[in-house]
Design a protein around this ligand. Structure first.
Ligand SMILES: Nc1nc2c(c(=O)[nH]1)N[C@H]1C(S)=C(S)[C@@H](COP(=O)(O)O)O[C@H]1N2
Ligand SMILES: [Mo]
Length: 150
């Protein structure tokens, strides 16, 4: 089993309180593998085998408020998406794609991947994960900051 990486900077998790996920915290979580497709809205798509820690395991350490409806995932440069909590609980915070560390292959440590979220929400260079309760009638998209490449 490949080890968890050493992060260039800790990943912040904001749930009930705020936690910083450092190398030691990461290493305490089990590494999982999932084969998932990244589907761009342009139609480009590829399937890959991702390895990383389950977001569910990560969130379990952080006291997720019961009213949580969505998770916001933000990159180091402020790209931000909103993902329904049921899908987020299926997500991986991935460090490896097809056996290659993302740090070497793509130039960042961690990426958010989950079934059914679509390519634009597969955030690269994850820096912050935040649980939110979006009220009924509000638009989850209004919490996002996407710069689609298409
Ligand atoms: N941080 C960040 N993540 C991002 C994007 C971006 O612009 N910034 N683009 C998204 C879009 S639109 C797609 S389709 C996929 C593309 O992933 P790929 O480069 O592995 O094909 O990354 C997503 N993740
Ligand atoms: Mo895309």
């Amino acid at each position: 089993m490949s080890p968890t990486p050493s992060l260039t900077s800790p990943i912040r998790v904001v749930a009930d309180g705020e936690t910083s996920i450092d190398d030691e915290a990461l290493a305490a979580l089990g590494v999982q593998e999932r084969t998932l497709e990244v589907v761009c809205t342009s139609g480009d798509r590829y399937e890959a085998t991702w390895r990383g820690v389950a977001l569910a395991d990560l969130l379990e350490r952080c006291e997720v408020p019961p009213e949580t409806t969505h998770v916001l995932v933000e990159s180091a440069d402020g790209y931000r998406v909103s993902v329904r909590i049921d899908r987020a609980l299926e997500a991986l915070l991935a460090f490896e794609r097809d056996g290659h560390p993302l740090s070497a292959a793509a130039g960042y440590d961690a990426r958010f991947v989950a079934p059914g979220i679509g390519g634009p929400r597969a955030v690269k260079d994850v820096a912050l994960i935040e649980t939110v309760a979006i009220p009924p009638g509000a638009h989850p998209e209004s919490y996002e900051e996407l710069w689609p490449d298409d």
